[in-house]
Design a binder for this molecule. Sequence first.
Ligand code: ARG
Length: 294
Amino acid sequence: MSTTLPWGRRYLMCPPRHFGVLYEINPWMRTEVTVDSDTAFAQWERLVDALQAAGAQVEIMPSQPGLPDLVFTANAGIVDATPDGSGRPGRFVPSHFRHPERQPETAVDIDWFARRGWKIERLPDQLDHEGAGDALPFTPEGGRTVLVSGYSFRSDAAAATALSQLLGIPVRLVQLVDPRLYHLDLTFCPLDGRRAIVAPSGWDRYGRKVIEALVPEPLVLTEEEALSFCANSVVVGRTVVMPATPVRVGRQLEAWGFEVVECRVDEFLKAGGGCRCLTLALDVRLSPEPAGER
Ligand code: ARG
């Protein structure tokens, strides 16, 4: 049995009070489809319950009128909770959204983190990056954490390089090639120090090689499995909270010793988001700790 993920016990979430499909910025969104608000709320609360039952803490960011996608906190930015000796909770690099519809979210996200003492670090203005939706850490057993970064539809490759410099962490670039799998977190889900759920149908050839070299035991999804959004899962220790569980995928996870919890979030799938998109891990440590902090 491999060691569990060193992060994933604290999440930021935003209730869907103002959620809806009010514009179309990915192939799943159709403004003529209506969201059932009560169902959305019930599904979101069930996700909170499932994460807490698995042993995670959930912190809440208030929803805002006019920002229907604020619920997808994964896109708020990049969290680095590494202590720097100042007593601050860590660093937060806010997203630069590609689409104008989501750009006003950044001020709200900055405000939430700044008020709680997080140090705000900015990417160069001209670079787009959509936060943890497009960058997830993988820590190989006995190795150094790398930031796996997806680019093309929402984030620039140069933004991942800038992040890597800012945070002092190596980056691995993966080009996303399927518009239906427009964020990295629809194609990549780290499980522990050896394993990850991966959807190579969403990556370029180079990206496939990068992940092959990084992850010793991948759970490789077919294109159909990937389109169920099952890679968009939240891992809390050995519990995997999934928006959908293709039978083969559930069996493999269980064979590896994970407990699978299915949490339907169909109202959010209408906006192109699943369980992972609705959460932002607050306990991710990226940069090497300064001497004396270990
Ligand atoms: N409607 C949102 C968008 O298109 C969904 C975001 C999904 N988030 C994610 N991390 N994959 O931006």
